[in-house]
Design a protein around this ligand. Sequence first.
Ligand SMILES: Nc1ncnc2c1ncn2[C@@H]1O[C@H](COP(=O)(O)OP(=O)(O)OP(=O)(O)O)[C@@H](O)[C@H]1O
Ligand SMILES: [Mg+2]
Length: 255
Amino acid sequence: MIRVLFNKKGGVGKSSLTVNLAAIAANNGLKTLIIDLDTQCNSTQYLDLLQENQENTIFELFDQTISFHIKRKDTFEFCHKTQQPNLFIIPGSCNLAELESKLDSRHKIYKLRESLQQLKPHFDRIYIDTPPALNFYTLSALIGADSCIIPIDCDDFSRQGLYSLQLEIEEIKQDHNEKLKIEGIIANQFMAQAKLPLQIIDELKKEQFYVLNTFIPQSIKMKESHQKKKPLINYAPKHKLTQALVALHQELEAQ
Ligand SMILES: Nc1ncnc2c1ncn2[C@@H]1O[C@H](COP(=O)(O)OP(=O)(O)OP(=O)(O)O)[C@@H](O)[C@H]1O
Ligand SMILES: [Mg+2]
């Protein structure tokens, strides 16, 4: 199962949710891989795998599809171990942006799908973290994935953004990947005491958007776990934020 967490809106929780859902999957005994496609490298930083020498990152994986003078490495060489058993990552790279136009002009949009097909039989779950834009890398991910999950931060800008996003994903589905499904919208940074978040979720449901039942509360524990470079399942397993993430993982797995 290959899941992409995507929203063109920034700061909605794509990286936080990618790493935490993947860490929960790994904790449950599923061999899990994260792929960090964002030049901000937040997933990679979260798992404390941002290295200075930048060896075997997603940059090199894409670069070797256009640079024939370098010796090609096996896709598995890019999958780094993390401190958590069962959890692996293909680290992000801040240099990825400089490759984008070259890859695009040479029509390499299906190359990530080829790598994903090689990796899929060897991992129970693959989670892909994406940048806040529908660029070459995000499109590559959506072409290669089984599902797209859309986190929102329960505000009106998020709601407005969903209309165009839904159409764009529908178009990708028709043109490139008919098996791609929108697995659901995650209501992140949910504030139970305030009226507006619930109102926005109700409106989305009335408009036939599939909002997952588990809402993820806003909590400072999320930022603390980033700082400690430990996913919540390891950093604060009993906290209510962690328990919500575990419930969300269960809900996704039960679908
Ligand atoms: N449930 C939560 N509770 C509290 N803070 C949260 C929660 N989810 C995310 N955040 C905070 O919101 C900010 C954005 O989160 P994150 O980086 O995961 O979003 P993103 O969608 O990956 O952002 P970008 O679009 O820049 O890649 C971070 O500061 C993070 O700590
Ligand atoms: Mg991010």
